[in-house]
Design a binder for this molecule. Sequence first.
Ligand code: SF4
Length: 540
Amino acid sequence: MGYTVTWADQKLNGNEIAKLNKDGLDVFKDLPELVKHPFSEIDPSYYMYFKYAGLTVQKPQSAGMFMLRVKIPGGRINVKQGEHLAWIANEYGHNVIDLTTREAVQYHWAPFNELLKIFQGLNDVGLTTVGAEGDITRNVVDNPLSGIDPDELFDTRSIVMDVYRRFQGNYDYSNLPRKFKISISTDIHNNADYQINDLAFIPAVKTIRGRQVQGFNVFVGGGLGSKPQLAQQMNIFVRPNRVADIAEVVCGLYRDHGFRRSRSKARLKFLIKDWGIDEFERLVRKQLPRLPYAGETKIVDWNKKILGIHPQKQQGYYYAGISVPAGRMSGDDFRAVVELAAKYGKDEIRFDDKQNMIIPWIAEQDLEAFKAEPILQRYSVKPGLLADYGTTCTGAEYCNLANAHTKSVFKPLIDELDARFSLDVPVRITMTGCGSNCAHRSIADIGLEGVHARTPDKKQTEGYRLAVGGSLEGTGHFNEQLKGTLSAQQLPDALSAIINDYQDNREGEESFYHYFNHAGVDHFQEVLNNYLSTQTEVLR
Ligand code: SF4
C-alpha cells in the first residue's frame, strides 16, 4: 500500500472501521474458504465486502443469492464475451440480463456456492466483477462511440483502458470513503454525461505556444444520489497522456480527505462543497504543477446520435444504436443481438449509459439485411418511441432499498404511452425505486421515484412521485419535484396529461426541457393537480 491512512483516529462509520482492518479487495482472499460453508454462517456485517466483488446480497437476504455486476471499461465487449454474458443469464440469472447506467451489465440469482465458478468463467473471457461495486473506482465510462464517432475530437479508448488499469485491483485506491465514478469522452454530444460523475474529462482545445492542442477540460464533484450535485469545472486543461495522472491525484485527495463519518456525506461532492472548487484545484496543482489553464470546451449539446443507424467516421460503415426498453433483456435476446455483431460487424458490441446496445461496423451494403433481422423487430433501431429513451433501476423486485417496483411497472407504462403518442422530439422518462437515483431520475424530462404511500383507508402501498424538467444540456439542470403521489395504475393518465400539455403548448419543435424552462414547475404542478382532482382515490 503506497499511502498512509490519515483517518484512523477520526470518528468513523461502521464500514470504515471494518475497512481499517480488512481491505475490500481481500474478499477475493476470503471467498475460497467462505464458499465451503453454508451462506447462513456469514455475519451480515461481512456483506459489504461482497460489493468489492460486484456482488450485492439479494433479498431475501437469507437465500444466499446475489445481484452480480460485471465491470466493462468503456462499455465494449467482443462476441465471445457477449456469448458468455448471455450464457450466465441462461445458466444462473433466470434468463434475464440487465443493462446498467454505467455501460455494463448485471444479473440476479447468482448462487453463493457457484461464485468462484462464475468468476473463473468471466476471467477466462477477459471480464471481471472486481470493483463493480464497493467503495472503489467504479466502471469508467467512455463515449459509447469512441473510435467510430464522426463528431469526437479524438479516440479515447486507450485513455479509458489506461485509467482502468491504473485503478483496477489497486490497493492504493480500494479504500475510498465511497464509490468514485470517472467519465472520459471527447464526444461533442456529451453522451458520457460528464456532469454526474465524480471526475470527468470533456473535449477541449487550447492554443499552447502557438499550436492548437486537443485534450480535456476537467470537472469534479458531480453525482446523483439523494442529494444530486452537478460537477464543477477546475481551471485545468489536460493532455491525453496526463489523464490517468490527474485521475490518481483527484482520487488520492478524495481517499485522504473525503468524509468517513457518515456514508450519506461521503461522496466527493460533499468534500468539494466544503472546501470550494478553488481550494480543491490548488491541492491538485500542488501535486501536478504547471498544468495549463482550461481550454475551450467543445461540447455542443446532449444525448444525441446513439439510437438508430448512423454513419461512422470510417466511410462505408455504420453503427446501430439498439433500444432496450427498461434496460432488461432475456439472455436469449441478448445472444441474438451479440450474433448480429458476429454476422454484420467486426467482433464488437457496445453499451451506452442509457441502457442501450450498439453494434458498430455494419457495411453499407448490409444495412437492409441488418434492419430486417427478426431481433430488431422487437428491439428498435428506429428511434422515436418514448421507450427508447427510458431507463429504470432494479426496484423492489430485488433491491433491498427500494420503496416500489420499477421494471414491471415501467415497461407497460411506456408501451401504453407509446401507443397514445407519436412524438417527433424525444421525451426521456426514467423510474427509480427510491431516492438513490440509480437510473438517473434527476436528469430526465420526467423522473419517477418510488415512495412508500398510503391509501385513503391508510393501507400501506407503493406510490410514485414525479419530477419534471431535468437535462444535462448546457451546464445541466436537475428536475423539480411535483407534489402528489400516484399509484402505478394512475401513471399512464397522469403522464399523458403532462405530455399532452407539452405537445399542445410547445413552440415549434422545442424539447421538453426548453418547454419546461418557460412553462415553469408551477405550471406542471397545475397540470398534475388537474389530473389528481379527477381521481376518487389519491395516495398520501
Ligand atoms: Fe435500489 Fe433505489 Fe438504486 Fe433503485 S434507486 S436500485 S431502488 S437503491
